[in-house]
Write a protein that binds this ligand. Sequence first.
Ligand code: SAM
Length: 265
Amino acid sequence: MKKRPLGQNFLIDEEVADEIVASAGISKDDCVVEIGPGKGVLTHRLAEQAGRLIAIEIDPKLFGPIKKEFASQEHVEFILADALKFDFGSLPHPFKVVSNLPYYAATHILKRLITYRAHIQDMTLMLQKEVVDRFSAEPDSKEYGSLTVYLQYHCDVERVLEVGKNAFLPAPKVDSSVVKITPLEKPRVQTLDEKIFFKVVHAAFFHKRKMLKNNFKLWHKQFKKEKDHTFLADIDLSRRGETLSLQEFADLADFLYHSNEEFEK
Ligand code: SAM
């Protein structure tokens, strides 16, 4: 089969397209950014409902025809660019994002969008089901990982719709889900130093199957031993990273923040 490096699986199910756009809840007051308009199945619906639509497409072969098709619609603009590199801060804001994301780059594009969260009202996105499973995972499940923590720290995540492979042409290998992601005004948990928080999160999941005491070796000087157990900030390090809640990650980070201060004295 022909290789499709740009994740070009086009949505052909009109009902799914209607549902995606309906769940984005768009009005004439909204500026909407679409990533990867492709052949325009979402673009047409978005153009009808939004006050302004800006669509970013990487492939010149798709960009040319769609730009031409919408030439008479002044509130619709197309930008030929790579969403992985695009400066979303240069767009008028606030804006809503609606996209059937190219799956090869979906998590990277989403992480990039989250860095622009102050400009974004919400994002209605379709991506691989197993990635969405990770976004909405609870502690103690195999899907729970550093991506889950990153997303839930910054955003509310609501699952909207499940979509089978046959809704696309060509059909991808995996099923898809639509998710609505809304950036929070303040992170979900408070922590004294975000850098330490994410350092702890990445360390905790570095070897997913290992106990925290192995993943946290960097901080062994701050470990406390009691009977047969080792603790850091009252957290038993025989646990695994996937069992920690966001609040427990924040507790660990704040403990390390304070103990680093002591070490530096
Ligand atoms: N919106 C269309 C639909 O629903 O049928 C197309 C969706 S298709 C899954 C992904 C689209 O994103 C394609 O048009 C592809 O060319 C475009 N694309 C792929 N990588 C991109 C990138 N890095 N930046 C912007 N667009 C990209």
